[in-house]
Design a binder for this molecule. Structure first.
Ligand SMILES: C[S@@+](CC[C@H](N)C(=O)[O-])C[C@H]1O[C@@H](n2cnc3c(N)ncnc32)[C@H](O)[C@@H]1O
Length: 255
């Protein structure tokens, strides 16, 4: 996969030379090009932003510079390559979007800064706007890195164990259950016996139940969209009954 990141701050992408990102690049699975938007400026000060029409604070990134940079990236890209503007006004990023983007050959990511970008860039050259959450950051560089990390780890061959991502949180709308490593007992807390049993079917069933319980507790909203079996729905009803019983007991305790 090729990813072009268009930014005013290329050095911010140093973390892309570490860990899994570096491995993906080293294995030839990711061709990451961090492109300095100032390359596309025409004056001696390499101006990429200007004051806003209509007044108000903050600077706006210039449309001529941004569109020229996007067009240069698209020159050798397949038709329909997504041009994504990282923006707090975009659709909120998710595992599902990461999966869809991981299937593409080429992505162009545009990082805004200051007050944002000229609206005409959105009209002329951007195909998608993605937000990493309902808060405002200083620039699109961290969001671009978040998006790339989530996408690149889904590329076949990037993570050691093939299929490892299939069981992860959000892969099927259910969070992952708890993990343990040695020692078997730490400060009086033992690793659940089933995990030491060597019975793979029992371990898989236990993990699923724990994942469901965790999702029920932490993110019940996810369960509305999760693909669950009849048995799993029954289990959720059990969790609900347990919680209701606990709530009632607590109220009786108060009274
Ligand atoms: C200070 S923000 C501009 C916010 C803009 N004035 C607004 O109110 O929508 C500067 C840049 O940071 C990036 N950014 C900020 N928050 C973001 C978020 N939650 N997700 C993705 N990008 C974000 C965008 O690229 C944006 O152009």
């Amino acid at each position: 996969m090729r990813i072009d990141v268009l930014t005013l701050f290329p050095t911010m992408f140093a973390p892309m030379n570490e860990s899994m990102m570096w491995k993906a690049r080293d294995k030839g699975l990711l061709d990451l090009r961090v492109i300095d938007l100032r390359t596309f400026t025409h004056d001696k000060h390499r101006t990429a932003d200007d004051i806003p029409y209509g007044g108000g604070g903050g600077m706006i990134m210039k449309p001529d510079v941004l569109v020229a940079a996007i067009e240069a990236s698209l020159q050798s890209a397949p038709a329909g390559t997504p041009v994504i503007y990282l923006s707090p006004q975009g659709r909120v990023f998710s595992h599902r979007i990461a999966q869809q983007l991981a299937a593409r050959e080429h992505l162009v990511l545009l990082c805004g800064h200051y007050e944002g970008i000229d609206e005409r860039v959105l009209q002329l050259a951007v195909t998608d706007e993605i937000s990493i959450g309902d808060y405002v950051l200083t620039g699109g560089e961290l969001p671009a890195m978040v998006l790339m990390d989530a996408v690149v780890r889904l590329l076949p061959g990037v993570l050691g164990a093939e299929g490892a991502t299939a069981l992860e949180s959000h892969a099927d709308g259910v969070l992952e259950g708890p993990h343990y490593t040695r020692p078997a007992v730490f400060r009086g807390l033992a690793v659940p016996e089933v995990l030491q049993s060597g019975n793979h079917a029992a371990v898989a069933a236990w993990r699923r139940v724990q994942g469901l319980r965790r999702t029920w507790r932490h993110r019940p909203d996810l369960l509305l969209r999760a693909a669950l079996s009849e048995d799993e729905r029954y289990l959720l009803a059990q969790f609900a009954n347990e919680d209701a019983a606990r709530w009632l007991a607590a109220r009786q305790g108060e009274g």
